[in-house]
Write a protein that binds this ligand. Structure first.
Ligand code: 8X3
Length: 246
C-alpha cells in the first residue's frame, strides 16, 4: 500500500482529467489514471509519475477490473463524461442520449460504488465529481447533456447526504466553457464547429479547473467544499457569452 495518499482520476487521458492528474501529483498525491485511450493515458501518467490503468466507465467488467488493481484510494475524481450532439428535443437522437446517460451518470455511479469501500477505509476520503454548469442551467439543444448532468449533480448531492457522519467528503465542480476536446467530441470531430464555440472569447483552460480540483483535495479533513462553479470572465451563464468579433 502506498505511503502517500492515492488519487484516482477517471477520463485522465486528456483535458480536465489529465490536468487534474498532473495537479494532484504536484500536490503530493500518488495518482492512478484511468481512461480508454491507452497510448495517451500512458503518456500523461509518465508526465506525472502516475499509474495508468485501462478504464471504460460504461463497462461494468472494466470498472471491476480497475477497482481490483487498487489497494488504496483517498481521492476519487469522477471526470469521465461528455456531450454528444446539440440536437433539439424534437430532433433528439436517443442513441446520443443513452451514451450521455451511460458515461456521465451510470459511469459515475459505477466507479463511485466500486471505490467507496476504499474511500471509507482511508479514514479521510473525497469524491470530487466534475459535472458542469449544464447540470444547473438548461439551454436550447442541451437537453440530453443537461439531463445527464442534472442527474450526475443529483447523485452527487445524494451521496453527500448519505455519507454524512462518515469519513468521505463529496464535492461537485461545475465548469463553464473550457478549451478541451469537449466540443470536438460533441460535434463528432467537426473542427470548425468546435472552434466556433470559443471564437472571440477566452475560455478556461483544463489547468484552471485542475487547480480547483487540487485545492479541494487538499483542504483540511473537516472542510467539505460542496460545490464550485467556475466560468471564464467572458461567460456569465451557460449561453451568455461576451465575444469580440473580428
Ligand atoms: C460544458 C459546459 O455550457 O457546454 O460542460 O454545457 S456547456
Amino acid at each position: 500500500m502506498s505511503d502517500r495518499p492515492v488519487a484516482v482520476v477517471t477520463g485522465a487521458s486528456s483535458g480536465i482529467g489529465a490536468a487534474s492528474a498532473r495537479a494532484l501529483a504536484r500536490a503530493g498525491f500518488e495518482v492512478v489514471l484511468g481512461a480508454r485511450r491507452a497510448d495517451r493515458l500512458i503518456e500523461v501518467a509518465a508526465e506525472c509519475g502516475g499509474t495508468p490503468l485501462p478504464l471504460d466507465v460504461t463497462d461494468e467488467a472494466s470498472v471491476a477490473a480497475f477497482a481490483s488493481r487498487l489497494d488504496r484510494c483517498d481521492v476519487l475524481v469522477n471526470n469521465a463524461g461528455g456531450a454528444f450532439g446539440l440536437a433539439s428535443v424534437a430532433e433528439a437522437d436517443l442513441d446520443d442520449w443513452q451514451r450521455m446517460y451511460d458515461v456521465n451518470v451510470l459511469g459515475t455511479v459505477r466507479v463511485t460504488k466500486a471505490l467507496l469501500p476504499l474511500l471509507l477505509a482511508s479514514g479521510d476520503g473525497q469524491v470530487i465529481t466534475i459535472a458542469s454548469i449544464a447540470a444547473h442551467e438548461p439551454y436550447p439543444g442541451g437537453a440530453g447533456y443537461n439531463a445527464a448532468k442534472h442527474a450526475e449533480a443529483a447523485l452527487t448531492r445524494v451521496l453527500r447526504l448519505e455519507l454524512l457522519g462518515r469519513p468521505v467528503r463529496v464535492c461537485e465542480i461545475d465548469p463553464g466553457m473550457v478549451d478541451t476536446e469537449f466540443s470536438l467530441v460533441r460535434f463528432e470531430g467537426d473542427r470548425d464547429r468546435a472552434d466556433a464555440v470559443y471564437r472571440g472569447m477566452t475560455p478556461l483552460t483544463a489547468d484552471d479547473v485542475a487547480e480547483s480540483v487540487a485545492w479541494v483535495a487538499t483542504r483540511p479533513a473537516h472542510v467539505n467544499v460542496d460545490r464550485l462553479t467556475i466560468m471564464p470572465r467572458d461567460q456569465a451563464a451557460a449561453q451568455i457569452v461576451h465575444r469580440v468579433e473580428g
